[in-house]
Design a protein around this ligand. Sequence first.
Ligand SMILES: [Zn+2]
Length: 96
Amino acid sequence: MQLVKECKRCFEAKDINDYHKNKKTPDGRSYYCKTCSVRRKAAGKLVHAAAAEAMRMRSYARWISEHAEWLEEYDKVHNLKGRKGGFLPNSYFEEE
Ligand SMILES: [Zn+2]
């Protein structure tokens, strides 16, 4: 059994116990280490809340254009393939 694996986000080799359990992956552990998955969740919640607020204020289009650069970077980091925030499905916030 593999005891150390490389995180797909920070690329650090970490102990298997540093990965959340995940039934969907071949080895039963998340692709990302716990540190990265917690960070990703927090960042996702933040952008999601900001986008929801913009939608409520009917200024979503403007919010998108104002944050275009940042969202592009965010997309890259989170591999959203241009879907951007509204974007983020609920499954995004679930454990990986
Ligand atoms: Zn990591």
